[in-house]
Design a protein around this ligand. Structure first.
Ligand code: PMP
Length: 363
């Protein structure tokens, strides 16, 4: 059958389901607004686009292999040692490197119940045992993670803020976790860090503790999801290990140049932060008024909660009929919720209007 290939892959691989999502079209609907992948509605900095045009003149050349220029730019902006930074094909690739290098058969990879899907995928791909640990009211529960750890735990992934819940825990809690489980690397996945005020994404912890790594991305606030670029920061020893399994040309020259230009355009970042914070608050309040509550989100999306699964699915259909694509999150164990990216003002108003109509008709 389809599930039993004649040449068997490594154990664990067939437990991975193919990725569902990312659709940007709806059959029969012309004008579609995609609010399902937490993308930046304003796109990247113009400087990033210009860098790509320049990179187009040297496409016959292999890209730079040590990523020094981009790592220096990241180091300057974030006040970090560039030698402790590694760049990858999205933060997905950094997650993958961590699992390949540190997990394997007989080891366990922990993550939170409603954590990002790639942790499980990368753990299984490495032959390790993925362990989903319960949360408390859709928030990371550090005590539960500590209780779930065993001598075989090698990695603990905590997205902070988390996708799709949008919630986060304080850095002292994460420090407590890292110290309680010294046999494992705590990976603070800070893909949405830029949407949180006064938050370093765990950079200071990753500077100070021997078992903390922070991952970041250019896919969210920098608006470069299509180029696939992310980075990790941590103890020199761990970054050295990850660099051994990184392909020498994992990032294209266009991606490297665009990411550097995007990193240096701080005004664009500030504008996107301000607009996200404004519309996130507006959307959350508008939906709550219409009977659809959400936890306070620290990211660029809202997890809208419905009374039951049927209502959530029907609301998704109503949004689709109006050309609005949001994300069902049953795969994350939240079947009665829809994750809605905070778009520009016009999209937020449309979403609120359609959900308002839907709830009024349903009442
Ligand atoms: N971590 C989290 C929590 C995410 O939500 C995402 C994107 N959906 C990623 C990592 C991966 O981002 P990328 O590979 O595009 O850097």
């Amino acid at each position: 059958s389809q599930n039993e290939p004649s040449i068997a892959p490594q154990p664990g691989i067939m437990e991975i389901s193919l990725y569902q999502g990312g659709a940007s079209k709806i059959a029969g609907v012309e004008n579609v607004t995609k609010l399902s992948s937490n993308e930046n509605p304003f796109g990247p900095s113009d400087k990033a686009r210009e860098a790509i045009v320049r990179a187009a003149h040297a496409l016959h050349r292999y890209p730079n292999t040590d990523h020094a220029s981009l790592r220096n730019a990241i180091g300057e902006v974030h006040g970090l040692d560039p030698d402790r930074i590694i760049c990858g094909v999205g933060s997905d690739e950094i997650i993958h490197f961590l699992c390949q290098a540190y997990a394997g058969q007989g080891s366990e990879v922990l993550f939170t119940e409603h954590g990002f899907l790639m942790y499980r995928v990368s753990a299984l791909a490495a032959g390790a045992t993925p362990v989903a640990v319960r949360e408390r009211d859709r928030v990371t529960d550090v005590d539960a993670l500590i209780a779930a750890a065993t001598p075989n735990t090698r990695l603990i992934f905590v997205a902070n803020p988390n996708n799709p819940t949008g919630t986060m825990v304080g850095l002292p809690e994460l420090e407590r976790l890292a110290r309680a489980v010294p046999q494992a690397i705590l990976v603070i996945d800070a893909a949405y860090a830029e949407y949180v005020e006064d938050y370093d994404g765990g950079a200071e912890l990753a500077t100070r503790l021997p078992n903390v790594v922070m991952t970041r991305t250019f896919s969210k606030i920098y608006g470069l999801g299509g180029l696939r670029i992310g980075w990790g920061y941590g103890p020199r020893e761990i970054i050295d290990v990850l660099n051994r399994i990184r392909g020498p040309f994992n990032l294209s020259s266009a991606a490297l140049d665009a990411a550097e230009a995007a990193m240096r355009d701080r005004d664009h970042v500030t504008r996107c932060q301000t607009e996200n914070a404004r519309m996130r608050a507006w959307l959350a309040e508008a939906l709550t008024e219409k009977g659809v509550p959400s936890d306070t989100s620290c990211a660029n999306f809202i997890l809208a909660r419905f009374a039951d699964v049927d209502t959530a699915l029907a609301c998704d259909e109503a949004l689709k009929a109006q050309g609005l694509i949001v994300r069902q999150v049953a795969g994350y164990g939240l079947p009665n919720c829809l994750r809605i990216t905070v778009g520009d003002e016009a999209s937020c108003r449309r979403v609120a209007h359609v959900i308002g109509q839907f709830m009024a008709e349903r009442a």
